[in-house]
Design a protein around this ligand. Sequence first.
Ligand code: HEM
Length: 461
Amino acid sequence: MSTASIHPSEQDTELQRRKQETLQLLTAGNPAGIHKGFFLSGIAIILTFGAVWGAYLLLRIAMEGSFTSVGIHEVNAHGHAQIFGWVGLFVMGFAYLMFPRFKQTALSWPAGAKLSLVLMLIGIILRSALEPFAQTAPWTVWGALFGNGLELIAIGIFLHQMVGLMRRSVQEINGSDVLILSALGWFAVQAVYETVYFAAIAWAPTREAMLHLVATWQAPLRDAQIHGFSMLIIFGVSLRILPAFFGWRTPPAGAGKWLAVVLSAAVLVQIVSFILMREVGYRWGALWAVAAVVLLVGALWQVKTLGVFGPAGLHNRSVKYVRTAYAWLLLSLVMLVSLPVWQFGILPRLAPEGGAVEIGFSHAYYGSIRHAITVGFISLMIMGVGAFVAAETRWGKNLPKLPALWLPFILVNIGCAMRVFFQLTTDIGAWAFPITGVSGILEVTGIAIWGGHMAKVMLGR
Ligand code: HEM
């Protein structure tokens, strides 16, 4: 029901009803604290192998004035920690807590949730800690792959439980469920892809063979992880919870079904057309561009359906995080659609002698697009929804007055804006490198303040 079309008193009652529904979702049922271990582990990973390691790499890049001054395995160890340890652990913790409530049925094996956390955590630590040494100490590849194996088992246990919930539930499968199931499918695909891809580049017979593999297969892996898994799970969960959490528009039950199909198809086309572009010919780039436009249109549909930038009936500190996250998503997708304009229209005029024009690919611009979506969209979303869930599950209707979390919000946004803008500017002038380098410190500080608050909320008095 749209809150705009009803009488003010009815609107209040409707909002009260939603508030009750939220409380019930967050506090009823078992096991109540299942998310805590996942959330705390996710925070520990981002503050070590994830953002902290990423900020260190960025400082080295800034000092050398080149994005290729850090090794591929050093960058990929960071990417792995972020996708599996930050996004993956938060998604798993949230899903173990909330999906049984969404589907009004219990987990078939609650102890399996704990087992999947332990396996996932050991796997992430092994892979992220060992991968940077893959070239200098080849035996570490075996240890890192063992870590991947543990992650695959953990993800298998998790997916088995989630699909079981959907199967046993007497509720009909709605649009949000279809988006969530599609995202979980991408979670599985990217986990297998990442393992095979890591083994392939670690054991490539020559440096040329390794570079060819990276140039062809790494971008499609990121599409599966970022647009397939992360974006779709956020869309599905948003449709289900945000009307209840923030009093936004309630979408019709079927909303999201076609979106899941269209967006999954667009991600698949993005992946296949990129590989064809590399292996067959640049004409396949046209299909890639169509897929990018479809992703943007899908995101606009999502924003409109939820009324993300309209009034929020229920106010709390997380609204600003989620709204800004969606703004970053739109910016990232607009930049993605405009990639050919930057590469073939703007760059040749502004930096005709630059390396990006010479090789026909701007690493800096591509990295900016990715950072806008990984930090701007995905991370702000995790921070906003994570803070809401952690506080409400702990205190329910006795929620004390909590800090508004403005400082982490401002630091992460300023850091992200600096990184996105100045990273692409490095194509035009090397003076932009030092400013890009500093951005990581702001982001890490913001995430650390938020992480400290989360730990206090979940563990403290
Ligand atoms: C919060 C602070 C962060 C910092 C300082 C940081 C830093 C970096 C740096 C320096 C690179 C290599 C340079 C480049 O390719 O542009 C990189 C790549 C990457 N980052 Fe981050 N990052 C951060 C957050 C995140 C988050 C939250 C995610 C995921 C949710 C993420 C995922 C990735 C991935 C997947 C790559 C590899 C990209 C590729 O395929 O080349 N990063 N990051």
